[in-house]
Design a protein around this ligand. Sequence first.
Ligand code: NAP
Length: 345
Amino acid sequence: MPPGRSVVAAGTSRYQASCGSYSIPAYGPLAVSKPSVLVTRRIPSSVLTRLEEAAEVELYSRGDLPHEELIARIAGKQGLLSVVTDSIDRAVLEAGRDLKIVSTIAVGYNNIDIAAARERNVIVTNTPDVLNESTADLTWSLMLGVMRRIVEGDRLVRRGGWKGFALDFMLGSDLRGKQLGIIGFGRIGQAVAARAPAFGMRVAYTGRGPKPGVDGEFMPLDRLLSTSDVVSLHCPLTPETKHLINQTTLARMKRSAYLISAARGPVVDEAALVWALENRLIAGAALDVYEKEPEIHKGLLAFENVVLSPHLGSSAIETRTTMIQLAAQNIIAVLAGQPPLTPIP
Ligand code: NAP
């Protein structure tokens, strides 16, 4: 073990994960005075090392940290490095009386009770911007995947169903000349829009109001839904956006249009989407996120014109590494008494 390394809960440390039952000897006053940080997932060892220089790190490396265990482990911690599936609710914040910072490795923070954190002066940070391009790329993959029937075609080939070239075989939809309607024209929505000229698509967007100096036509939600050939969701999950895509809004879309979502699952009412697909109210859908991940509405699995990816928006190795580094830097800064790099607004 390198000198100066501090590991508190050997039961969950990296050493435990790799060495079985490594027992850590008692530490001197220097180590004891370090702040404590709970990390709820395995992170790259380079980032873990940086964090261990600044804090006693308790690493949970066994996958999903059960909520009750999170509550038990948060006591006495000043920092929490968490992921999108950790519910940082009032109970967690109450148990974490010493918390100074909750740093989530994500841009969305709908899993954190922001009001409860503010009441306790707990700083909440996220990882904006660094995942814009990866998430925009994934969005275009979904769009191309469903409109050009790539995933459906792959399934056909694998089951031996391809009988050869034919002029009218598996015809999809062109993107060129179509309208891409973006709901939530923020960092990721605009990164998606920036790729539209390369595919010959014009951009429309909706949100809380027009944004000066951006390429794209602002329109109210209703008009965007009824005129777009692709509707792509990039708004955060809030009480206002929950089930924003429902029977009413789906019925307003063109029958030839596609729905894409790389936002958050509950923005789409999955039962309503199944209903719209059954009634051929839209041409298809491609989703990266789901209402009750990792469960997916069974009805969606039946459609060939639906592409389902398992929450891959930011999951490119370079981007994930940068996100984890940024999230750790936020903790290191705050525990050193400095301002966070990327506090939530
Ligand atoms: P952002 O920069 O804050 O953009 C969100 C945009 O949504 C803002 O422009 C906001 O408007 C707009 N908005 C808020 N409420 C709205 C509503 N009711 N109707 C329409 N638009 C609304 O956030 P971002 O960095 O682009 O990230 C967007 C979301 O993507 C995140 O919250 C996260 O949930 C999701 N995401 C998913 C993945 C994935 O793996 N699939 C990866 C990254 C992010 P204002 O400009 O007026 O505030």
